[in-house]
Design a protein around this ligand. Sequence first.
Ligand SMILES: [Zn+2]
Length: 83
Amino acid sequence: MVLLGRWSLNVVPCPVCKGTVIGVAIDEDSISNAPRVPVLVPANCKKGHAVILFVDGPFAIRDGEAAGDAAQLEGKKSSLDRA
Ligand SMILES: [Zn+2]
């Protein structure tokens, strides 16, 4: 439970909309026992964009990237439509 709180300190901007990526739930064991790093962890930003986080180790999120180029283009288009 403490670990979840510490993880939540690592906030990365959404690569699509620059919003906040939330709800990152990472099992420390999955990082510690990973055969190699960074570990790719799927997450979602507040607006629902699918984001892949690159995690180097416990509490170290190196970077974030949109889950897919196609999805990213789609997201830009639909956000224009919504605006
Ligand atoms: Zn976003």
